[in-house]
Structures are given as structure tokens and as C-alpha cells.
Design a protein around this ligand. Structure first.
Ligand code: UD1
Ligand code: UDP
Length: 362
């Protein structure tokens, strides 16, 4: 059996790596690693190949940035040729980025079964580009591999039949647990002058937060306030850096904040594990902090990962600067809450996916 595994953007690499490792270990699936090139900066792509010990991509499409339609179309056009030439038995996509959608659509039209890893997540917010990507990918997928029970409910409601849904757990957590010990040897805290448990870690990149200068300024003000009482370190996503530079917001508010380049995987995991609080609008970071038991404030009005709120460490704080400051102060003041790790977020997800696929293709 030959499986094309698709990566394109930062959150794809830690989801694809366990699957590729599992396929290689079993020796029964030939993998073709396709990198669309949606993300291309060294610290958004190359570093993850090194940190996650990913093989070099077999095929690099080099599509780069663009509008949604332009980027999606470039990926589709380039990937169509790959599928026609390579004739994989399966196309495996992860997450909810434009590369996920584009490659699913190409495979579906060429009648190659699609496996979607991280299926069924819904924010019910159609203003998020990812929501469209998730819905379309799921409806096209022969295998919907889900991370949590409510994903199955979401899929059934949209007409995905039960025989296509497989609750296998969270593959991103396979990478987290696999590299947790190795990440401890990262020097990132020393390099940034941070003490374990003594800083707040921030990431922001949702267009709804960073593309609107007024909203971005409000969030930066709140972070600047928090930085008056505790060090705040903020690895800045390229979209966000562009917006900060373009609008000039946050330059003043950034006083006391450490704005740094995006971190590699091992450095980021180390910084996450030892943070006092993580403040983010990332999808994956809500999940990693739940497993690490680190309080997470999510700067959004909704989440497609409700389990991290129901049983994990995540709190939706919205985008109101006052609320962000208050919730951070509460945690810094010692407030703690009970939390549990969701079932099957245990490091064994890639194995369960490989079992399903091997049974099917046998
Ligand atoms: C993408 C995903 C988002 C995901 C995020 C993870 C879509 C629609 N969005 O958002 O779901 O959460 O990745 O990080 O797929 N840029 C660079 N260098 C890079 C990559 C991007 O400078 O290596 C800049 C470019 O100016 C580009 C902008 O960032 O236009 C946005 O990149 P894009 O991939 O379109 O979306 P992200 O915001 O990164
Ligand atoms: N991450 C990283 N360096 C950073 C920020 C994030 O390695 O500077 C990792 C993080 O640990 C997680 C993934 O990137 O594994 C999350 O990706 P991102 O926030 O870009 O996308 P999202 O999950 O929101 O789609």
C-alpha cells in the first residue's frame, strides 16, 4: 500500500511525524511525503523536519503564500499531477489548513480515498477559514480519524456515516509525549533569561485577532499590563509580525514583553511546559497545555476543541482586554482548577490509525 502524507503549515508537522514513523516501523506502507510549501520560513518549516526527525519531503510543491483561492488553487494544480503520476492508494491529510482542503479535494476527484486525521472538530464559526476547510475535508474523507467524542456527533449530524468514523485519539499528543524528555534539554529558558514557572508564554495568529488593528492593539495592551508583573515571552507568527509592523500597534504596549521569532518544536514544548500561563489563539496549543497541565487562556470567543475546556486546563477569555488581564491575575494569584487528560491522548494514536488502515487495505 502506498500512502501520500501531506504537510504544508506549521501545525501539520507534529501531526504527520508519528504517522510516518509508525508506517516506517511496520514496513507495510510505502509513504510519499508531500510538502505543499504553504509555510516556508526556516522557523515555520525546516526546523520541524530537524526537531521531529521527519524524512526529507519526497515532493515539494513550493506554493508559498497568497489569497485563499490563489493558494488553494496552486496546491490543487500541483498536487493533481503528483497523484496522477504516483497513484497512491491513500492520501492522508491532517488538521484544517488550506493544504488539507486542497489535497483532499484533488484526491477525492481522482477517486483516491482520503484519510483525515483530526476530523470532526467544529467551532461553528464560519468566519474562521479553518471551519470551511474542516467541513469540506470531512465530507470528502473515507476515513475520519477523531480526537474526541463530540467530533463523532458533529460528523454524524453532517451526514458522515458511522462506518467512516474512527475515534483514535490525538496524534499531536503522540509527538508531544515522544519528544517531552528530549525537549527538556533545550536551552531556550536560559537563552531568554526565563525561570521555570515564572513567565507567561503568548502566541497569536488568528486573522480575527491580528488582522484587525484595533483588536490587536487591545490584546497587546492587556499583555503589556500583564508584563508589568511577570515576564511575558511572545514568539511572533509571521502573519502577526507583519500586522504589528504595518499598524505600529503594540510597539509601545510591547514594552516589557519579549517579542521573539517563532520557536522550533523542542524549544516551544520546553517553554510551554514550564510556563506559568499560556495565552494563545492557537488550536493545537489548547490541546498541548491540557496534557501538560498548564493553565491556558484562549483569546477567542469559541473553540473547536471544547474538551480542553470541559476537562482540561483551557479557559475561553474572548478578546476583551479587561477579561484577559483579570483571568491572568486570577491564575497568577494562585487560582487552580481540576483537570484531566482526555481519553486516548496517550501517545498511541498513530498505531491505532495504522491498525485501521491495515485492516481496510488487507
Ligand atoms: C495558517 C493556517 C491556520 C494555522 C496557521 C498555523 C490556513 C487558512 N491557515 O495560517 O489554520 O493555524 O497556518 O501557523 O491554512 N508567512 C510568512 N512565512 C511563512 C508562512 C507565512 O511570512 O513561512 C506570512 C505571509 O505573509 C502569509 C501570512 O504569513 O501571507 C499568512 O500565511 P498563511 O499560510 O496564509 O496563513 P497563516 O496565518 O499562517
Ligand atoms: N509551535 C512551535 N513554535 C512556536 C509556536 C507553536 O513549535 O513558536 C508549535 C506548538 O507546540 C504546536 C503547533 O506549533 O505543536 C501549533 O501550531 P500553530 O499554533 O501554528 O497552529 P494551530 O494549531 O493554531 O493551527
Amino acid at each position: 500500500m502506498k500512502a501520500a502524507v501531506i504537510v504544508g503549515a506549521r501545525p501539520n508537522f507534529m501531526k504527520a511525524a508519528p504517522l510516518i514513523r509508525e508506517f516506517k516501523a511496520r514496513g507495510r506502507v510505502e509513504t510519499l511525503l508531500v510538502h505543499t510549501g504553504q509555510h516556508y520560513d526556516g522557523n515555520m518549516s525546516r526546523v520541524f523536519f530537524d526537531d521531529l526527525e521527519l524524512p526529507e519531503p519526497d515532493i515539494y510543491l513550493g506554493v508559498g503564500s497568497g489569497s485563499h483561492a490563489a493558494q488553494t488553487a496552486r496546491i490543487m494544480t500541483a498536487f493533481e499531477g503528483v497523484v496522477e503520476r504516483e497513484r497512491p492508494d491513500l492520501v492522508a491529510v491532517v488538521g484544517d489548513v488550506n493544504s488539507t482542503l486542497a489535497c483532499s479535494l484533488v484526491a477525492a476527484k481522482l477517486l483516491v480515498p482520503v484519510a483525515h486525521v483530526e476530523a470532526g472538530l467544529r467551532s461553528f464559526d464560519r468566519t474562521m477559514p479553518e471551519e470551511t476547510n474542516r467541513m469540506v475535508t470531512d465530507i470528502l474523507s473515507r476515513f475520519c480519524f477523531t480526537t474526541s467524542p463530540e467530533a463523532e456527533t458533529n460528523l454524524l449530524r453532517e451526514g458522515v456515516t458511522a462506518d467512516r468514523i474512527f475515534y483514535v485519539g490525538n496524534i499531536m499528543i503522540d509527538s508531544l509525549l515522544f519528544y517531552l524528555e528530549k525537549a527538556e534539554s533545550s536551552r531556550v529558558l536560559d537563552d531568554l533569561g526565563l525561570a521555570p514557572g515564572g513567565y507567561v508564554l503568548v502566541t497569536l495568529h488568528r486573522p480575527s485577532n491580528v488582522d484587525d488593528p484595533a483588536r490587536l492593539a487591545g490584546i497587546m495592551d492587556a499583555l503589556g499590563e500583564i508584563a508589568r508583573s511577570v515576564p511575558v515571552v511572545f514568539p511572533v507568527h509571521p502573519r502577526t509580525r507583519k500586522m504589528i509592523e504595518a499598524s505600529g500597534v503594540g510597539i509601545a504596549a510591547a514594552r516589557g514583553m519579549r517579542l521573539v521569532e517563532p520557536l522550533g518544536y523542542l524549544d516551544f514544548v520546553k517553554a510551554e511546559r514550564h510556563a506559568r500561563i499560556v495565552i494563545t489563539d492557537s488550536g493545537g496549543i489548547q490541546e498541548e497545555t491540557t496534557v501538560l497541565g498548564i493553565p491556558c487562556l484562549t483569546v477567542r470567543e469559541n473553540t473547536e476543541r471544547p474538551i480542553t475546556i470541559e476537562i482540561g486546563t483551557n479557559v475561553l477569555v474572548g478578546t476583551d482586554p479587561g477579561r484577559i488581564r483579570e483571568e491572568a491575575a486570577r491564575i497568577l494569584g494562585g487560582a487552580a482548577r481540576e483537570h484531566r487528560v482526555p481519553p486516548l491522548w496517550d501517545g498511541g494514536t498513530a498505531g491505532r490509525i495504522a491498525d485501521v488502515l491495515e485492516r481496510h487495505f488487507a
